[in-house]
Design a protein around this ligand. Structure first.
Ligand code: EPU
Length: 357
C-alpha cells in the first residue's frame, strides 16, 4: 500500500476536473483494501473508491477523505468445454479484458469493446453498448463491506441488473467495494443486433468476434467515445446523461412537442419493458444545443451531443453549470428530465440538486 502527498483528481479522471485528494492509497489485495478502510475509519475519514475515473465528476475542492485506487488486476480462467468461468480483479482495464475474451474466442462482451474504465465499474452501472450488457454474463461479484471489512459474494440475481443500474447504485449504494467479478462466457458467434453495427457490417455475413470488436472500436472512435489523448473531443465522461425511460403516453407527448417545433428528424424511441427509451443525445440536439455548442472551455462534443467535453482547463463548476443548462433546456423544450451518468465525488449535500435531483 502506498500513500503520496498530492493527487489531483483532474489527473485521474477522464473529464480532467477535480481538486486534490487529501489522502491517496493504492491497494492490490483484500488485505490491503481492508487495511486502508480501517486506516480511514480510525481517523474518521470517509473513503472514496476510484477506478479508471471515466465515469466520475470530481469537485474542484477535491476530496477531504481517503481516495482508494484499486490495483488488483489478476485474471483467472477455469474452462469446461466451450464454457469458461473467468475471475477478474476490479482493477483490470476493461478493454484489455474484452480483448482477451475476443482473442480466446469467447462471445458475450465483444460489443463492449473500447469502453473506458476498469472491471470493477462494470457491475456498478451494468455497462452496455450495441445490444450487450455486462450484467448478462456476470455470475458473481465479490465485495468488501465498507463498514465491517468483511468479504461477501453476490450472485447475478442479487445484483438486480437493469439499464445502467444495479443494486450497487440503488439499495446497497456506497455499502460495498467491488473487488472481483466472475464472468461466465461461452465460445460462440458475435452479436450483431444494433442498427448502427448492422449497417457497418452489412456486407459481412457472420463476422468474427475480432471483426465486431474492430467495428465497434471504429464506431466509438468516430464518436470520440474512445480514450484518445489526441482527440479534441476526447476529454469527457462518455455519455453524460443516461437515455430516459418514459411511458408511451409521455413519449407521444415528446414527439408532439418535436412536431410543434418543426423538428424533422424522426425521434428515436425503443421499447424496453413497459417503458419507451428515448435518446438523450437526440433530445439535447433538438432542444437547440447542437453538436459543438461551447460555453468557454466546456462544450458538447462535435460528434455526439451526449458527451460534455472539457476543452482544456475547465473547472468542475463550469461542467456542472453547462450540464445544468442542458438539463434545463431539454426539460423546457420536451418536458423530459435527464439523469446524469457520472458519479459525483466531493460535492456538498444539495450542491448538485439542480443537476442530479
Ligand atoms: N443522436 C442524435 N444526436 C446526437 C447523438 C445521438 O440525434 O448528438 C441520435 C442518433 O442519431 C441515434 C440515437 O440518438 O438515432 C442513438 O444514438 P447512439 O446510437 O449514438 O447511442 P446513444 O443512445 O446516444 C448509447 C450509450 C452509449 C453506447 C451507445 C451504443 C447510453 C447513455 N449511452 O448511446 O454508451 O456506446 O448507445 O450502444 O446509454 C456511455 O454510456 O458512456 C456510452 C458511450
Amino acid at each position: 500500500m502506498s500513500e503520496s502527498p498530492l493527487f489531483l483528481l483532474a489527473e485521474h479522471t477522464t473529464l480532467g476536473v477535480g481538486g486534490p485528494a487529501a489522502h491517496w492509497r493504492e491497494a492490490r489485495t483484500h488485505v490491503e483494501i481492508q487495511a486502508a478502510l480501517a486506516w480511514a475509519s480510525e481517523r474518521g475519514l470517509s473513503t472514496v473508491v476510484l477506478g479508471g475515473g471515466s465515469n466520475v465528476l470530481a469537485a474542484d475542492r477535491g476530496i477531504d477523505g481517503l481516495v482508494l485506487r484499486l490495483r488488483n488486476a489478476k485474471l483467472q480462467a477455469s474452462r469446461a468445454g466451450d464454457v469458461a468461468r473467468i475471475t477478474v480483479g476490479a482493477g483490470m482495464n476493461w478493454d484489455a479484458f474484452v480483448a482477451w475474451t475476443v482473442a480466446e474466442g469467447f462471445s458475450g462482451l465483444e460489443c463492449l469493446s473500447g469502453i473506458p474504465g476498469e472491471v470493477g465499474a462494470a457491475p456498478l452501472q451494468n455497462i452496455g453498448a450495441y445490444g450487450q450488457e455486462a450484467g448478462r454474463v456476470i455470475r458473481r461479484v465479490e465485495v468488501v463491506d465498507r463498514a465491517t471489512g468483511a468479504t461477501e459474494e453476490l450472485s447475478q440475481e442479487a445484483c438486480e441488473f437493469g439499464y445502467r443500474e444495479s443494486i450497487f447504485k440503488t439499495k446497497l449504494a456506497e455499502r460495498f467495494i467491488v473487488v472481483e467479478v466472475e464472468f461466465e462466457l461461452s465460445k460462440g458467434p458475435a452479436l450483431v443486433a444494433y442498427g448502427e453495427l448492422e449497417r457497418a457490417l452489412e456486407n459481412e455475413p457472420e463476422p468474427s468476434l475480432l471483426r465486431v470488436r474492430e467495428t465497434v472500436l471504429n464506431l466509438r472512435r468516430a464518436k470520440s467515445m474512445l480514450l484518445d489523448p489526441s482527440d479534441p473531443n476526447g476529454r469527457s465522461a462518455g455519455s453524460f446523461f443516461v437515455n430516459p425511460g418514459v411511458s408511451h403516453h409521455e413519449a407521444d407527448a415528446v414527439e408532439e412537442r418535436a412536431r410543434a417545433l418543426a423538428v424533422h428528424a424522426p425521434m428515436p424511441r425503443f421499447t424496453q419493458g413497459a417503458k419507451q427509451k428515448l435518446s438523450a443525445g437526440w433530445l439535447i440536439e433538438h432542444s437547440g444545443l447542437t453538436k459543438g455548442t461551447r460555453r468557454g472551455q466546456v462544450g458538447l462534443s462535435t460528434k455526439h451531443c451526449l458527451a460534455v467535453v472539457n476543452h482544456g482547463g475547465a473547472t468542475a463548476e463550469e461542467i456542472v453549470k453547462f450540464a445544468t443548462e442542458i438539463r434545463q433546456r431539454v426539460r423546457d423544450t420536451f418536458g423530459v428530465t435527464l439523469t446524469p451518468e457520472p458519479r459525483p465525488l466531493g460535492f456538498l449535500p444539495g450542491e448538485l440538486a439542480a443537476l442530479y435531483d
